[in-house]
Ligand binder design. Sequence first.
Ligand SMILES: *[C@@H]1O[C@H](CO)[C@@H](O)[C@H](O)[C@H]1NC(C)=O
Ligand SMILES: *[C@@H]1O[C@H](CO)[C@@H](O)[C@H](O)[C@H]1NC(C)=O
Ligand SMILES: *[C@@H]1O[C@H](CO)[C@@H](O)[C@H](O)[C@H]1NC(C)=O
Ligand SMILES: *[C@@H]1O[C@H](CO)[C@@H](O)[C@H](O)[C@H]1NC(C)=O
Length: 396
Amino acid sequence: MKALIFVSLLVSCVVQAQFHPRQPAQYWPLPPLRTRASIQNNWTSERIARIPKLLKKYGAGAWLICQREHAEDTIWWSVKNATDFDAHRRTVLLFHTNDSSLAELRRVLDEYHPFRIVLNTDEDIAFAGGLHVGELAVLQRELGEYWTNRFVNEPMVAVEFVATKLPTLEYYRIMQENVWAMLEEGFSDKVIEPGVTTTEDLSWWFREKMQFLNISTWNQPRVSVLVEDSYPGWGGTEDVIEEGDILHIDFGITAMGLDTDTQHMAYVLRTSGAEPETDVPDSLKEGLRKANQLQEIVLGNMKPGLSGNTVLHQSDWGHDAGSVIGFLNLPEYVPVLGELPILPNTYYSVGLYAYHFVPERNEAIRFRLEENVAWSDESQKWERLSHELENPTMQA
Ligand SMILES: *[C@@H]1O[C@H](CO)[C@@H](O)[C@H](O)[C@H]1NC(C)=O
Ligand SMILES: *[C@@H]1O[C@H](CO)[C@@H](O)[C@H](O)[C@H]1NC(C)=O
Ligand SMILES: *[C@@H]1O[C@H](CO)[C@@H](O)[C@H](O)[C@H]1NC(C)=O
Ligand SMILES: *[C@@H]1O[C@H](CO)[C@@H](O)[C@H](O)[C@H]1NC(C)=O
C-alpha cells in the first residue's frame, strides 16, 4: 500500500518560493574534514581580526576570557581552532586594542593598562555570561583590586562577535538545501509506512541520514503527530504515524561550526479508503499560507537598529546570539533579549506559528514553521558552486 506524504514545504514552495527552491532540493556534499577545518580557521581568523574595532566601538580597552577544560566560556567555541575540542587546562585569552607582544596576564595588563576590561559576566545573555564563577574568583585574587575595578560587563561585544556574518553563505546554503532534501525524502513513502512507522523511527532515520552525509546535529530531531488541543511540538511520546495525521518536525544539522534550525509540517494523505486523497486538504494549505505570510511580515519588519520587541510589536507577533523577536511563552514582550537591537550583517532564524481553523478537525491549529534561509531566484544559481565542489583544487 503506497501512501503519499505531502510536506508543508511543497505547499510553501508554491505559495512562497522565497523560502524554498522551486526545484526539488538536492543533496550537496560538503568538503572533506581537512578542508572544512582550513575554511573554518580562515573564518575564525577573520572574526578575531574584528575584535579591536569591536572593543573600540564599545569603549573597551580589553576583553578578558578565562576558562578551564570542561568549563569553557560560551565564546570559546567561536574563538577556538577547528582542531580544538576543548580548552586545555586553564586557557586565558586577552584581546586588547594595543598591539604589542604578550606574556603573563598581569604583566601584559600592566604594560597595556586598558581602562575598561570586558568580562563575560552578563546575567541574562548566555553568549556574554560564560565566565565561570571559579574563574572570576581566580582573576580577582590574582589581579587584585586595581585591575578588577576596571572590569565591566559590555554584553554586545560578545553578541556582535558571534553574530556578525562571516563569508559562510555558500556552505550554509549547501547545509540548508541538504535539510530540505532530507525533509523531502524523510516525509515521503520512501521512509514512512502509515500504520507501521513511528515518530521515533523517523527521528532516527534523520540521525542515520546525517551520519551518511557526514554531518552531525545539535539536538535530537523531534518528530510529532498533532493531537487534539496540542500545538505541533515534541510531546516526548512515540506515536505510530497514520493516514490523515498532521506531522511536525523541528531539527537542525551541524557542520563546519554552523548550525541550522528548521521546522516543517506534513500531512499524510488518506490513500487506502474508498475515495483516496490525491492532495492536501485546502484548509491545511490555507493555514500554511498564513504562516508563510507571517514569515514575510517578520522579514519585512526586521530593520537594523530596531529592537526585537519593536519588530514583534509591528509583526503582531530565534536561538543564536542577538535580539529575540518573541518567544512562544513570551508572545508580546521579551525582557533583555528582546530589547537588543537588530544588527546589520547578522544571521536570524525566523520561527513562528499562525493559527488557522481547520473544519476537518473542528479546531484552530497552529501552523508552526522555522527557516534560516530565504531563497531567491538569484540564490538558485548553482552551476558555479557545483563546479567548485567538483574541482579538486578545493581539497586541502
Ligand atoms: C585559508 O586562507 C589561506 C590564506 O589566505 C589560503 O591560502 C587558504 O587557501 C585558505 N583555505 C581555504 C580552504 O580556503
Ligand atoms: C589553527 O591551528 C593550525 C595548526 O596549528 C594553525 O596553522 C592555524 O593558524 C590555527 N588557526 C586559528 C584560526 O587559530
Ligand atoms: C599601549 O601599550 C604601550 C606599551 O606597550 C603603552 O606605552 C601605551 O601607553 C599603550 N597605549 C594605550 C592607549 O594604552
Ligand atoms: C562521507 O565521508 C566519506 C569518507 O570521507 C566519503 O567517502 C563519502 O563520500 C562522504 N559522503 C558524503 C555523502 O559526502
